[in-house]
Write a protein that binds this ligand. Structure first.
Ligand code: ZN
Length: 105
C-alpha cells in the first residue's frame, strides 16, 4: 500500500495538518528573513496624514509561523500569504498559508 503523505508534518500550528484555527486578518508580503519554523515578512501600507492632506507609505514587519511542510518552498524574496491565528509566541500570531503567484505588483 503506497503512503499517502510524503512530507511528514507534525507541526500542530500547520494550517493544513494541524488544529490551529485561523481567524482574523490576512496579509500578503515579501519574505525578508527566514528562521527555523519562522519567517519575517514585510509589506507596505498607506496611511493618510491630515495635516498635509497627503498619503504616506510605511512598512510593516510581521513574524509568521512557517510549518515544516512548507519550509522548503518558501525562500527569501518570495511573496507569501499569512493569516492570523492565536498567539503562538510573544511575537508570532500569524501562520503562513501559502505562496502568492507572480511578483505581486
Ligand atoms: Zn503541514
Amino acid at each position: 500500500m503506497p503512503k499517502k503523505q510524503t512530507v511528514k508534518c507534525e507541526d500542530k500550528f500547520c494550517p493544513l495538518h494541524g488544529k490551529t484555527s485561523l481567524r482574523g486578518r490576512t496579509f500578503r508580503g515579501k519574505v525578508i528573513r527566514k528562521f527555523p519554523k519562522r519567517v519575517c515578512i514585510e509589506f507596505e501600507r498607506v496611511f493618510y496624514i491630515k495635516k498635509y492632506e497627503r498619503y504616506a507609505k510605511r512598512k510593516t514587519k510581521l513574524h509568521a509561523r512557517l510549518p515544516d511542510c512548507m519550509a522548503d518552498g518558501v525562500n527569501i524574496g518570495d511573496y507569501i500569504e499569512i493569516k492570523e491565528c492565536r498567539p503562538i509566541s510573544k511575537i508570532i500570531h500569524f501562520v503562513v498559508v501559502g505562496k502568492v503567484g507572480g511578483e505581486g505588483k
